[in-house]
Design a protein around this ligand. Sequence first.
Ligand code: CA
Length: 657
Amino acid sequence: MSVIAAAGCGSSHQDEFSSFDDYPVFAGEWEEMVYSPSSTRFSLWAPTAQEVRVLLYDAGQGGSAYKMLPMEEADGGMWKTTVEEDLNGKFYTFNVKIGDVWLGDTPGLLARAVGVNGDRAAVIDLDATDPQGWDSDRRPPMKGFSDMVIYEMHHRDFSIDTVSGIRNRGKFLALTEEGTATYLGEKTGIDHLKELGVTHVQILPSFDFSTVDEARLDRPQYNWGYDPKNYNVPEGSYSTDPYRPDVRIREFKQMVMALHRAGIRVIMDVAYNHTAMARGSNFERTVPGYFYRHAEDGKFADASGCGNETASERPMMRRFMVESVCYWANEYHVDGFRFDLMAVHDVRTMKEIRSALDRIDPTIYVGGEGWTVNPPQLPEEQLALKRNIGCLPGIAAFSDEFRDSLRGVWDDDSKGAFLIGKRGFSDGVKFGLAGGVPHPQVKTDSVDGPLRNWAEEPSQMISYMSCHDDKCITDRIRSTLPGASVQEQEALIKLGMTAVLTSQGIPFIFAGDEVMRSKLGVSNSYVSPDSVNAIDWRNKTVYRDLFDYTKGLIAMRKAHPAFRLGDAELVRKHLEFLPVPSDNVVAFRLVGTPGGDSWLNTVVVLNADTAPAEIDVPEGKYWIVCHEGKIDNVTGLGTVSGNKLTVAPRSAMIVHQ
Ligand code: CA
């Protein structure tokens, strides 16, 4: 690897290594700051450094260091020093010298507490950040991954609207406030989530990211947060005081605890695949080159499309990722992780992450995007691509097949699919309904077509029609079916929700889709203002019907194990697709009793046609629980007898025999 020679001159250790493979791997406990009232130990893994020093500050920002201490070289590329004083409340940075040049200040790789904007790490007593009752905080019970219903949200989108009635708008604490409502009386915040019935919230990046200036929170700023700075610290702009290192930590924990009390688990969106920038990043200021992959010309490779890609295959980067997720799971009681561009990472790293989390709690969820923006610098068979999910048991990936078959392709917002009545997408819809596993009635492409089975188990497939990327479903329907009335739009969203929530995969809803949220047609809203991104909670009153429908579907899914069989063999045995009159209709039957419960057979029909659809079903008496945009899983909507079901245009029907 020629790339590492670039910065090598002078008497740095860099000259001793001819490749990153030669870098020593540190095997002991990897920590950078260990505090006790009598002393603080600092360490930094910097095997190529010529000198390392730690700088102590009184504040997280401004002023100069009041003390600068040289660190001593130890085994495995470590540098160490101990300060025999009580440093609680102080801040620190490391400074690494390579080739006679001091690289810039860095809070290190593992900082667990930082000052404003994450530029300096903080010495704190982590135990003192635990909110009251933290010791008794427990993950809500969960049997299998198929029982999950994920709700993906951005802190600011979810609560920034003044109509939300939430005090800590746009903050972690927004999700701790109970009893909040709009002026029209609709529940918001955590009460909204409870009312909807989701089992997991997936929060967009909530680790410390770069773009939002935490020192200027007096003005509105927005970013999704896929620009990581400090991986092991919560983002400051979501706290009520980004200057005080303990506040963001405590408030994140309060959020988790409140959600757990509401019976909801928390999934963090993690972006280890790239950093906000490569040059000047904490990685580069510590061990230049090591944590990133490089292209043949020596430049940073860019599988992420964000200017760089990390190198999970290198032992210390792999260890960094494994220990970072375990830290969030242990210290913050986080219940799951969604890996941004997971396929930038290698299979072995993802496997190690799965096993490490299994040792903490095997019900901790791991899922991610099984694709990359540009091809990574590793052979395909080594990457956590969707097609390699078979060798990653217990890890799920998003199904673009299902998504695109429902709402249309990702790279052309004007193209619709099954939902708006286009033909040629029913196979993709069936693919998603079966949880992506091979099924005798689902036609897949044998070689390189868009439909190829990759999930071994249905709980490895995430079923969705929209997420933070691309247009939200209302905007997508509007742009693909211009001229449709609001009632028609709503009907099609209900149809899509029915597909997602009756799929054998893990259903996933983008926050606000259940109240017909619009992002004013913006598809890449990552820096758009609140006027685009905020959920307008008045919608909950206007589109109450859609909300009730979605809520009804979730309740039905939870009540019937048949919708979440959780096993590929059971799916093949119990899920049977029925003959349909046209390609605009998909119908299936869940046959028999997998778990010994009381239901018999269930029929689901998705009719995207503008005409009624007639479906042949086995002779019998059927109890209608969903039809014509209404759902009632408790008392039902009536009965129908015979061997035919007539399903209204652009609507779903669900009946139990
Ligand atoms: Ca930040």
